[in-house]
Ligand binder design. Structure first.
Ligand SMILES: CC(C)(COP(=O)(O)OP(=O)(O)OC[C@H]1O[C@@H](n2cnc3c(N)ncnc32)[C@H](O)[C@@H]1OP(=O)(O)O)[C@@H](O)C(=O)NCCC(=O)NCCS
Length: 179
């Protein structure tokens, strides 16, 4: 039975390996290594208040994971999080786990008072869980985007007004090549 949980800390040691394996299978070895390293960096360097991990676990086997980290908009009172990276174990993909896990993570963030969530990915897939293309005037990315069409987001509070001012990501994302 699939269990969704935000108790990610107990399994921190396993998470970079999940991201590495999933992205190696889908995008090749270099990308796998890079996303595994990004996950390790996020888990090791992000202040507790600025990071949420959600897991899908099936009979103690890790089936999926999403990390959410804070985007600081110093000129806007709203709380904004970035959803990245997202991975479902290769042999468990396309059975609904990804969408369930995204929905679970968004609800956790909403209950924590988070107002807006952005991600950088395929608008078709993430559109299934409420993400819509946004422009840089709706929420300014922390760095220039190489694929602006992948900048997508959704309000969790109903407030659709643009987020004010520039943004800062957590240090693990502070690398232009990730954007
Ligand atoms: C992308 C990913 C998270 C989706 O999770 P999943 O559990 O396989 O997806 P779900 O079963 O919830 O959703 C399946 C649906 O999304 C579609 N879908 C799955 N992966 C997709 C992709 N990469 N692009 C577009 N559509 C995709 C399927 O066709 C299916 O459509 P349907 O509901 O109309 O049948 C997962 O496949 C994965 O980890 N992929 C490799 C890593 C990756 O690309 N991560 C995202 C970038 S950070």
């Amino acid at each position: 039975m699939l269990n969704l949980t935000a108790e990610f800390k107990a399994r921190t040691a396993e998470l970079p390996g999940l991201f590495r394996d999933v992205f190696t299978a889908s995008e090749g070895e270099d990308e796998g290594r890079a996303v595994g390293a990004l996950a390790a960096d996020l888990l090791n360097t992000t202040p507790e208040d600025d990071l949420l991990g959600v897991l899908a676990v099936d009979r103690d086997v890790l089936a999926g994971c999403i990390l959410f980290s804070r985007l600081h908009y110093d000129l806007d009172p709203r709380q904004v999080f970035l959803m990245s990276p997202v991975a479902v174990r290769t042999d468990r993909q396309k059975s609904g786990i990804g969408q369930k896990l995204i929905g679970f993570g968004l609800e956790k963030l909403r209950l924590q008072g988070v107002d807006f969530v952005v991600t950088y990915g395929d608008p078709v897939y993430y559109g299934k869980t409420g993400f819509q293309p946004i422009t840089e005037t709706v929420a300014r990315p922390p760095m220039p985007l190489s694929m602006p069409q992948g900048w997508i987001g959704q309000s969790l509070s109903g407030d659709q007004t643009p987020i004010e001012g520039p943004s800062r990501c957590v240090s693990a994302f502070n690398r232009p090549e990730l954007w």
